[in-house]
Ligand binder design. Structure first.
Ligand code: CP
Ligand code: NVA
Length: 311
């Protein structure tokens, strides 16, 4: 796997081998860190961390991942820089590309992260946009690998807002690496058909089965049940409407029982709204795995930086 100089904007741009290679690299970096061994792969590298939206995990993961490898991270919020209001995205990209060696962007439009990559000339990493959250999927798959020992052939069911960044990216990642993937959501929150069709094309190669359903019985045989907030950042005005249509889709004991398996795990990208998308008891029952998943953000994000920018 050689990803040197590449940006990480969406999993669409990566092969199964590359995605699995990043997960293996992350597992290796994690094992080393547990033994107190960090690296110097990013020594002398300066990394800009642009955040238009708030973040706990992604910001922490990029910051610590960069420092662990000897690099220098620089946090810039929307209020700190001119991006997109006082200066065009293209010009900001050209400036940052002259000064920094890599750029993380979290924000609204996918178009912005793509422009940053196009105009900066340095690797750009997508730390979440309205459309995709690709680094999160690496942490999710690493966690599944730790739990089951393998990834290909597992059945993953995403329950909730089936058209959000998490649903989109999990569908792309699953289709690429051969995870059977189901979106369980009311019809009004199904993903774009164009993306489903694209993922089914990827799935032909990997052997994965992609299903979209509004029937709770679709969780049957799930190895992992995944959910996310009902209202993503930037959609706060939709809260009441979402609670009304998603209430029957809460991940609770009753839904977990429908998998028919005792071995099913629960995953959540966090932050969670307990009592909405997940019941308090299910969250508590699977807290260890969910917080492993959160920790794995750091190891996987470090792997992305090392693979694309490290020496
Ligand atoms: N899962 C995730 O991206 O968390 P943050 O919003 O805290 O970065
Ligand atoms: N769908 C959520 C993910 C948070 C990590 C959001 O965009 O707010």
């Amino acid at each position: 796997m050689n990803l040197k100089g590449r940006s990480f904007l969406t999993l669409k741009d990566f092969t199964a081998e590359e995605i699995l290679g990043l997960i293996d690299l992350a597992a290796d970096l994690k094992a080393k860190k547990k033994q107190g061994i960090t690296g110097d792969s990013l020594k002398g590298k300066n990394i800009a961390l642009i955040f238009e939206k708030p973040s706990t995990r992604t910001r922490s993961a990029f910051t610590v991942g960069c420092l662990d490898e000897g690099g220098h991270p620089e946090y810039m919020s929307r209020e700190d820089i001119q991006l997109g209001h006082k200066e065009s995205v293209e010009d900001t990209a050209r400036v940052l590309g002259r000064i920094f060696d890599g750029i993380q962007f979290r924000g609204f439009k996918q178009e912005t992260v793509e422009k940053l990559a196009q105009y900066s000339g340095v690797p750009v990493w997508n730390g979440l946009t309205d459309e995709y959250h690709p680094t999160q999927i690496l942490a999710d798959f690493l966690t599944m690998k730790e739990q089951f020992g393998y990834i290909k052939g597992l059945k993953l069911v995403f329950v909730g807002d089936g058209r959000n960044n998490m649903a989109n990216s999990l569908m792309i990642g699953s289709a690429k690496v051969g995870v059977h993937f189901t979106i369980l959501a009311p019809k009004s929150l199904w993903p774009q058909q164009e993306l489903v069709d694209l993922c089914r094309e990827y799935a032909k190669e990997s052997g994965s089965v992609i299903e979209i359903s509004d029937d709770l019985e679709a969780v049957k045989d799930a190895d992992a049940v995944y959910t996310d907030v009902w209202c993503s950042m930037g959609e706060e005005d939709k809260a009441a409407e979402r609670v009304a249509i998603l209430r029957p889709y809460q991940v609770n004991q009753e839904l977990m029982d429908k998998t028919g398996k005792d071995s099913t795990i629960f995953l959540h990208c966090l932050p969670a709204v307990k009592g909405n998308e997940v019941s308090e008891d299910i969250f508590d029952k699977f807290a260890d795995v969910v917080f492993d998943e959160a920790e794995n953000r750091m190891h996987t994000i470090k792997a992305v930086m090392v693979a694309t920018l490290g020496k």
